[in-house]
Design a protein around this ligand. Structure first.
Ligand SMILES: [Cu+2]
Length: 191
């Protein structure tokens, strides 16, 4: 098949096929339905993570996270503290150019209140491979309840373009089994 110009020069001015009109109508109505259904998803959807958000000055938030990391630091990985808070408490994580800080160590099956904010620009918190995505804004402290259901190592990437180092903006969450966690606790206290 060769590509040839349309037979009639004014080809766009023809009446639309009935079938095509029907399809445009269906697509339009579906779009309207989906638009309205956003409200329904707020109540019946499983994807609404964030129920709380507070205004916070980035510098105040930084202090909170630094205190949190200092208090619960169990070790360091390449200069980044690994914070392991007591089960079921408040956990603080910040995004900034270009890292998620600190590294968290949580227990499987325990609910935590995760605080999230940015110190500079808008970042995208994306938990991998789980696929939890949250927009993180400077000036707002988001608080969400999270219960890890699987143990292992989880990565955090930034999925909101934030500059030259965006592709290197990563973080980490370790989820330990409760049994092992109890042993570690003993070990940590024994030192
Ligand atoms: Cu980014």
């Amino acid at each position: 098949m060769s590509v040839s110009p349309p037979e009639r020069r004014i080809w766009w001015n023809e009446p639309i096929e009935k079938v095509e009109l029907v399809w445009i109508g269906i697509a339009f109505l579906w779009g309207v339905f989906m638009f309205g259904f956003m409200i329904a998803w707020h109540f019946i959807g499983g994807q609404n993570l964030n129920k709380e958000a507070y205004r916070v000055a980035p510098s105040n938030y930084e202090v909170k996270v630094e205190n949190f990391a200092k208090t619960y630091k169990v070790r360091e990985e390449k200069g980044v503290p690994v914070a392991r808070p007591p089960s079921g408490t408040d956990v603080y994580l910040l995004g900034r150019l270009w890292q998620w800080w600190p590294i968290l160590e949580l227990e499987k099956g325990v609910s935590y209140r995760i605080h999230l904010s940015s110190l500079d620009l808008q970042h995208g918190f994306s938990l991998q491979p789980v696929g939890i995505n949250i927009q993180v804004h400077p000036g707002y402290e988001h608080v969400l309840t999270l219960t890890p259901t699987e143990s292992g190592e989880f990565g955090i990437v930034c999925n909101e373009f934030c500059g030259i180092g965006h592709h290197m903006m990563t973080g980490k969450i370790y989820v330990t089994d409760q049994k092992r966690a109890a042993g570690d606790q003993f070990f940590a206290e024994g030192r």
